[in-house]
Design a protein. Structure first.
Length: 187
């Protein structure tokens, strides 16, 4: 049993009959009244993010989790298939467990969060950015670049993204997997 003093980013807790991961926290000691901890919690089962405030000294149930590196193999109509890089065992995950799956391509490595007690997969963490090839792009018109003009493009995974006008078909770009935004062109 942990207390609010043990709260840190990435800690997984059992709260309100669900498993949540702490993504943000702030210890607050007001001039008047008791201290408290303001947190932002993300559900590992459905991905919903909630805000919660714990009073100082509140007992929380910590959940032991393990993260393992897996390689993305392929997907079908129901979900995704991954392979453990250490023992080559395969695991199947439902589509609802993965946020921003449109940025995954075959062969990419991801981190899968597993509940330590029974090896139940809870969530998939994609790398912070991925490099993808542009397969479709509107032609950019030279001279229309007085501001940061953007155009639509489609990458090799089928996802749509806004890119600068100078990006053409066949270019490789780096994409932020959290926001789905263009970062830079890769040579």
């Amino acid at each position: 049993m942990a207390t609010t003093a043990d709260i840190r980013k990435g800690l997984c807790i059992d709260y309100s009959n669900d498993i949540y991961k702490i993504i943000e926290f702030l210890h607050v000691k007001p001039g008047k009244g008791p201290a408290f901890v303001r947190t932002k919690l993300k559900s590992l089962t459905n991905g919903k993010v909630i805000d919660n405030t714990f009073s100082s000294g509140h007992k929380i149930d910590e959940v032991r989790v393990e993260t393992r590196k897996y390689q993305y193999l392929y997907d079908d109509e129901n979900g995704f298939h991954f392979m453990n890089n250490d023992d080559y065992s395969q695991i199947y995950l439902d589509k609802k467990l993965i946020d921003n799956a449109q940025w995954m391509k075959a062969g990419d490595e991801v981190m899968i969060i597993l509940k330590a007690e029974d090896e139940t997969p809870l969530a998939v963490e994609l790398p912070a950015s991925v490099v993808l090839e542009v397969t479709e792009s509107e032609p950019g018109v030279k001279g229309n670049t007085a501001t940061n003009a953007m155009k639509n493009a489609v990458v090799e995974t089928g996802a749509r993204i806004l890119v600068p006008l100078f990006i053409e078909e066949g270019d490789k770009i780096k994409v932020d997997t959290d926001s789905g935004s263009y970062i830079e062109r890769v040579k």
